[in-house]
Design a protein around this ligand. Structure first.
Ligand code: FMN
Length: 260
């Protein structure tokens, strides 16, 4: 196994970080890696906000040595267009959103891999668009238009008391990888997936290991009912929870011009 594969396989989420600072040169290397990621039409349709103030990190959601907030951002393009005398327009808000978010996420994953290669652990969180999303715009001075905070990557060195490390449970077979043509899973394969999620050794979500005590037969029963708020097929459906949970995100996307 080569070094790159070893680093990718050793990626793991750390949620509790020590006070140790990340050296400036390592941070610079991580940031340089971000901008090396693939990007559509050389747009780099993102901005990365480097947050080193722990009070601000706390307000955003989690504390590490440094937090990188990856935002979709077209404002640099807007300003450059204006500078050159063009009136900026986007052809399709949703198509632009998809392309820009792909640019943004590729940059973010490059940061996580580079950090790990430098002995720095990380944690991805969507805390940047949970709750009152306007607080993120205010805290980070983000433009309201054509800018949307996608994901936070919290970086640092693990706290000695960190006990909630995951064991890298991931599906990797049928239903995830399809050769040549998409293939829907049959009941036996679905059963295998349900069992795989239940496997204690695979430990898909170590933070949520109390579903058995809560009386669920399968982790996925817990996931659908508690996390997604799904009803059983023979019960009345109520989508209210989901609608409320994401209404702020929807409003922010509309303000940003990515949703009409
Ligand atoms: C888009 C996205 C948002 C996430 N948000 C959170 C979060 O807010 N809180 C959390 O505990 N885990 C969150 N996670 C999950 C962790 O980052 C991590 O992927 C998961 O715990 C699996 O850990 P592992 O990579 O060590 O196996 C998020 C992951 C992604 C990709």
């Amino acid at each position: 196994m080569n070094e790159t594969i070893k680093i990718i396989e050793s990626l793991k989420t750390v949620r509790k970080f020590s006070d140790r600072d990340i050296p400036n040169e390592d941070l610079a290397t991580i940031l340089k890696s971000c901008v090396n990621a693939a990007t559509a039409s050389a747009q780099q349709a993102y901005s990365i906000i480097v947050v080193d103030d722990k009070k601000v990190m706390e307000k955003i959601g989690y504390i590490g040595s440094v937090m990188l907030v990856f935002t979709i951002d077209l404002n640099r393009l807007v300003d450059t267009a204006k500078y050159l005398g063009f009136e900026f327009k986007i052809e399709s808000p949703i198509a632009d959103f998809i392309t820009s978010s792909t640019d943004t996420i590729l940059a973010a994953q490059s940061a996580a891999i580079t950090a790990k290669s430098l002995g720095i652990d990380s944690f991805f969180s969507n805390c940047v668009h949970r709750g009152n999303i306007n607080r993120i715009y205010d805290l980070l001075n983000l433009p309201k238009k054509y800018c949307f905070p996608m994901i936070a990557l919290i970086l640092g060195y693990p706290d000695e008391k960190e006990t909630k490390l995951t064991k890298k449970g991931r599906l990797s077979g049928p239903g995830v990888i399809h050769f040549n043509k998409y293939k829907r899973l049959n009941n036996q394969e679905l059963e295998n997936i349900v069992s795989e999620y239940d496997d204690k050794d695979k430990h898909f979500l170590s933070l949520i290991d109390d579903w058995r005590e809560k009386g669920y037969n399968h982790y996925l029963d817990y996931f659908y009912e508690i996390w997604l708020g799904c009803s059983k097929l023979d019960e009345e459906n109520d989508n209210q929870v989901e609608t409320n949970k994401y209404s702020e995100v929807k409003k922010a996307l509309m303000k940003a011009g990515f949703l009409s």
